[in-house]
Design a protein around this ligand. Structure first.
Ligand SMILES: Nc1ncnc2c1ncn2[C@@H]1O[C@H](COP(=O)(O)OP(=O)(O)OP(=O)(O)O)[C@@H](O)[C@H]1O
Ligand SMILES: [Mg+2]
Length: 1022
């Protein structure tokens, strides 16, 4: 099978082959009237402050950056001489010459000691020779060998840290800054100066100094103070941060939940705790964050700390992250993980009895535990850790939890709560033409009329924009940033179009050159015509329908002030850090649901971030008819984060993994495990009778595996179906789940029998199927379906290309509906591989004709038709057809297409691990492993090596490649100054982070080799 060079069928016409159809350019800006709004409101009390640009803190600049800040930068690692020969260091040579190494290093000793050691009566002479030689050489070589390897690795690490360091002139240690003088006084400089030519000494000295200075800066070496100042611009901790770090809870390493409003500075406390854990306690830390993008942002921002303080930051998100994590004997790691990857990591550590390598788990946005889907995964993770009881400290933080005591009970944690926000947030609700200020008091919430809005709209303008969004935006943009949260993707685009129609000269004339550059970059990514046009006016939309590269470009442009208005969905509220001067919530809706207080606070909280803005304000636009409901929501308090374990067999998944990890082996233990969850403390709300729906209605044929203690109901006013617990009897939920697991074959009774034959102590074991599901991190039902697919495919796998394999790794619940009328033309274009695969799946030309004519298909399940359609998309990407062309060909958004690709790559990875557990499926394992790898990168062929860098996306990778940086090593070898000179629009701070991340990746690579070498030595018992 040729994974790499599958050609397109040359018989297909080029335009169709590329999936390109002619599109009519849409002219959104027909109206010649370019000034609907005069920006002067009758009263503009706030306008005096608006001139302050909402500058953003340094963030991962994975795309083109629009700020030139090369004069204000500094680097921590700049004037230490470069270490030549990083890659010629002796480690690899030594490994290759192991035998000669042993002999040469020990020859004399061996000969000397030989006669004394020879005394075993039960061996022949030659055997004795061999044994004696080995034992002597082993005992004598061991230390030398270990030392040699140790030294090689240390040299290598230190060399990487210092590559080209003296090329840059600026240095942390050349400054007169008072923080850095502290460090100078602490002796670091002197030590470093003295040992300039002795890398090993320098390494050793650093270690000593770190230890000497412990507890000087919140229990950390003084150098950390300088790092926070240099890389975060943080000069002093807030009082609450200081107080929190000095809590007895922290000193005694008890679990803690701390709750502060948005922008309160919660992350800093978590970072200090993690640094203490790895530097002082020499244990690893796990930092759980909600999205891949935020994980990458954090990797990026911690990389300079890791380089300076000699630890590792490892990424566990998307396709990245080693499961189980590499065992490191010399360095500690902060694992930065998404919830799903965090669970896989924890399970793998427990399986190998290595959980005690972890000392601390920090969970950001802890309120997510109440969300359907991810919430149950997070609850499983935390429950498993608590139940395993290995003394791991758990710290959670959030701005929006309504039931802190419940979560504290679940986590056995203390609670620290403060109402602190460094930047004042003034909140308004717009009712009619009047802005009302929201006043929060102990008695609840009130609104106070603040000012009447009166924008000078033309008649046409007023008709176009009855909510005066243009006027509200005009009060802020372009001088300061404005986020407009919209309920839906479509609405984001419409509002952006509206704002452009109401264009003002002031908006149009701002940062013109950079906007043109942004337009070009977006065009290169295949962005739609509308978006490219809007950007010219400093306005853009941002939602899941856009490709990741487009979103990333827009985020950077927004942070840099090149675009000043971003119309986005609520996902940006808890997602990437995009500070704004003003936040407008276009309607009190998220999708079709009414807004919750938590969602409102997260969105409004994007306004006025510390370090970025001096003030912030939010305006929620509310129709008179919705005000009563919005008032009730705002006054009603934050919603409780309730257990999501009841839904979709999640309790069963927890119990199954508990059994597989040997945390519980019988019903008694499993009940105890479930009692340790959030479920008993904060169960889902009980169902109201009138709204109950039967499990069968909801789950169809899978109803059999839904516990009887669960029911479903439809939320009033929407189609959303939620899971409810019928009773609070957790033991019964457990029994239901165990029974379902036994019936499904995932659990087995040791010695035979079924549910009726077991008592509390009957031993239960996890079947092969159950183990495979756990290994693949899949729900049992998904694992079963996959195995059925593999079973069928094993009889007739089409290996003429990749299509059939891609079909197998296409998840079932893609959410994409094929355009059935288009199916026939796609079918007609199929090459031989396609026809064969379709035939194996039962899809015939007759089916395709029926689809085209709108007739129902009865002989092929809809899910098969749908997955084949998606597999065809994936194959086009695999064949390197451009993303926009594929999206257009199949009528899906680029964002949805990317999501399908990511889902298939993740599923292929899971399927590979599942097959690993099932020896009979070794063949599929061999096929799926490279497929999973290639799927991760097929969107950007040729850039794989650069895309390995955290938060580097296609556009940045392309820039690097064009500038001659082909791989991580090239970037690591560069200095920040060289990068900024070679790459347009790259700020010095971003370049610093980029180089640090690259160096950290190399060190991780070296550490991985060290771990392997040590594993081998351990295996040899030397
Ligand atoms: N002591 C400090 N001095 C100055 N700036 C700080 C300090 N602590 C944190 N910040 C800055 O405040 C901003 C917001 O901090 P952070 O992201 O930690 O907020 P948060 O509490 O996590 O908010 P959210 O709930 O919205 O995520 C960041 O830019 C951070 O660098
Ligand atoms: Mg935060």
């Amino acid at each position: 099978m040729n994974f790499h060079n599958e050609p397109c069928d040359p018989s297909t016409p080029k335009r169709r082959r590329l999936g390109i159809t002619k599109t009519k350019p849409q002219n959104v800006f027909k109206a010649a009237n370019s000034s609907f709004i005069n920006t002067t409101p009758i009263q503009m009390r706030l306008s005096s402050n608006l001139a302050n640009r909402c500058d953003s803190p340094p963030l991962p600049c994975n795309q083109i950056e629009y700020l030139s800040e090369s004069t204000s930068s500094s680097s921590v690692t700049n004037d230490i001489p470069c270490s030549p020969g990083v890659f010629e260091t002796c480690f690899f040579k030594d490994i290759a010459n192991w035998d000669s190494f042993k002999v040469s290093k020990n020859k004399e000793n061996i000969l000397k000691d030989y006669a004394d050691e020879f005394n075993d009566e039960f061996q022949t002479r030659p055997e004795q020779n061999i044994t004696t030689d080995c034992s002597i050489s082993t005992s004598k070589c061991e230390k030398l060998f270990r030392d040699e390897i140790e030294q090689s690795f240390n040299n290598l690490n230190q060399s990487i840290i210092n590559i080209n360091i003296n090329k840059d002139k600026s240095s942390l240690f050349e400054t007169n800054d008072s923080f850095l003088l502290d460090i100078r006084e602490s002796g670091i400089i002197t030590n470093q100066e003295n040992s300039k030519n002795d890398e090993i000494n320098k390494f050793t000295n650093n270690q000593v100094i770190l230890n000497m200075n412990q507890n000087n800066f919140y229990g950390l070496p003084m150098i950390v103070k300088g790092l926070f100042k240099t890389y975060r611009k943080i000069e002093k901790f807030y009082d609450w941060q200081e107080e929190c770090l000095n809590l007895d809870t922290i000193k005694e390493r008890r679990n803690l939940i701390y709750a502060l409003p948005t922008s309160g500075g919660k992350t800093l406390v978590a970072e200090v705790l993690m640094l203490r854990e790895i530097l002082n306690r020499k244990k690893n830390a796990l930092f759980i964050l909600p999205f891949v993008a935020i994980v990458q942002e954090k990797i990026w921002s911690l990389a300079p700390f890791a380089l300076q303080l000699d630890f590792l930051v490892e990424e566990y998100a998307g396709g990245k992250g080693h499961i189980p994590p590499k065992k490191r004997r010399k360095k500690n790691s902060i694992y930065i993980a998404t919830i799903e990857k965090g669970l896989a990591l924890i399970r793998s550590l427990i399986e190998l009895d290595r959980l005690d390598e972890l000392g601390l788990i920090v969970v950001d946005e802890l309120h997510l535990i109440g969300e359907p889907g991810r919430g149950s995964t997070l609850e499983m993770l935390l429950t498993t850790v608590i139940f395993a009881n290995k003394g791991i400290q758990i710290v959670g933080m959030s701005a929006t939890i309504g039931n802190l005591p419940d979560l504290a009970t679940f986590l056995k944690a203390d609670v620290y709560e403060k109402q602190f926000r460094p930047v004042e947030l003034v909140e308004y609700v717009k009712l009619g033409n009047v802005l009302h200020r929201i006043v929060w008091g102990p008695g609840g919430m009130e609104i106070v009329p603040d000012r009447e809005l009166s924008f000078d709209y033309s008649r046409a303008g007023a008709a176009l924009d009855p909510d005066a969004l243009g006027g509200l935006v005009a009060e802020t943009a372009p001088r300061a940033a404005c986020l407009v949260f919209c309920p839906t993707k479509r609405n984001c685009e419409n509002v952006a179009a509206l704002l452009c129609k109401l264009r003002r000269r002031e908006m149009t004339n701002h940062r013109v050159e950079e906007r043109v550059a942004l337009q070009t970059a977006l065009r290169n990514e295949g962005a739609g015509l509308d978006l490219v046009k809007f950007v010219r006016f400093g306005v853009a939309f941002h939602h899941a329908g856009l490709a990741g590269e487009e979103r990333s470009l827009l985020e950077h442009a927004f942070r840099a002030g090149v675009i000043s208005v971003l119309c986005c969905t609520s996902t940006l509220a808890a997602g990437v850090n995009l500070p704004a001067r003003r936040v407008i919530i276009r309607a009190p809706l998220v999708g079709r649901e009414f807004i919750t207080l938590g969602a409102y606070r997260q969105m409004a909280g994007r306004a006025g971030r510390a370090g970025a803005c001096e003030a912030g304000e939010s305006v929620v636009v509310c129709a008179a008819a919705s005000w009563a409901r919005l008032r009730a929501v705002l006054a009603g308090g934050l919603g409780a984060a309730r257990s999501a374990l009841g839904a979709g067999g999640a309790a069963g998944a927890l119990l199954l993994s508990g059994a597989a990890l040997r945390l519980a082996g019988a019903r008694r233990g499993l009940r105890a495990l479930l009692r340790a969850a959030l479920l008993p403390v904060a169960p889902p709300e009980p169902a109201s009778r009138s709204r109950r729906r039967s499990c069968k209605e909801k789950c169809g044929p899978r109803a059999a595996i839904v516990p009887r203690s669960i029911s479903y109901e439809t939320l009033p006013g929407s189609n959303r179906v939620v899971c409810r617990l019928r009773s609070l009897d957790v033991d019964r939920v457990c029994d239901d789940a165990v029974r379902a697991l036994l019936e499904s074959g995932a659990l087995e009774v040791v010695g035979g029998g079924g549910w009726d034959s077991i008592d509390d102590d009957t031993e239960l074991a996890v079947s092969k199927l159950g183990r495979a599901a756990i290994k693949g991190c899949m729900e049992l039902s998904v694992a079963k379906r996959l195995l059925e697919d593999l079973e069928i495919a094993s009889r007739s796998l089409v290996l003429m290309g990749s299509l059939h394999l891609l079909y197998l790794v296409t998840p079932h619940d893609s959410g994409i509906k094929p355009d059935y009328r288009h199916y026939y033309s796609l079918y007609c274009e199929l090459d031989e591989e396609g026809v064969q695969t379709a035939k194996i799946l039962g899809i015939t030309e007759m089916n395709a004709i029926r689809m085209m004519t709108g007739k129902p298909i009865t002989n092929v399940p809809e899910s098969v038709l749908c997955r084949f359609y998606i597999a065809l998309m994936l194959r086009d990407l695999w064949r390197q057809m451009p993303f926009p062309a594929v999206a257009e060909k199949y009528g899906v958004s680029r964002g949805a297409l990317q999501a399908q690709l990511a889902a298939a790559a993740a599923f292929a990875g899971g399927a590979t691990r599942l097959c690993e557990e099932l020896p009979a499926r070794w063949g599929f394992r061999a096929l799926l492993e490279p497929l999973a790898l290639r799927l991760q990168h097929c969107a950007a062929p040729g850039l794989e090596r650069l895309l390995a860098l955290p938060a580097v996306r296609k556009a940045r990778a392309l820039q690097l490649l064009r500038a001659g940086y082909k791989c991580v090593e090239d970037v690591a070898r560069a200095s920040a100054g060289e990068l900024t000179a070679a790459i347009g629009h790259l700020s010095r701070t971003a370049a610093d982070h980029l180089v640090s991340s690259a160096r950290m990746m190399l060190i991780e690579k070296v550490e991985n080799l060290r771990a392997e070498a040590e594993d081998v030595m351990e295996g040899l018992k030397i």
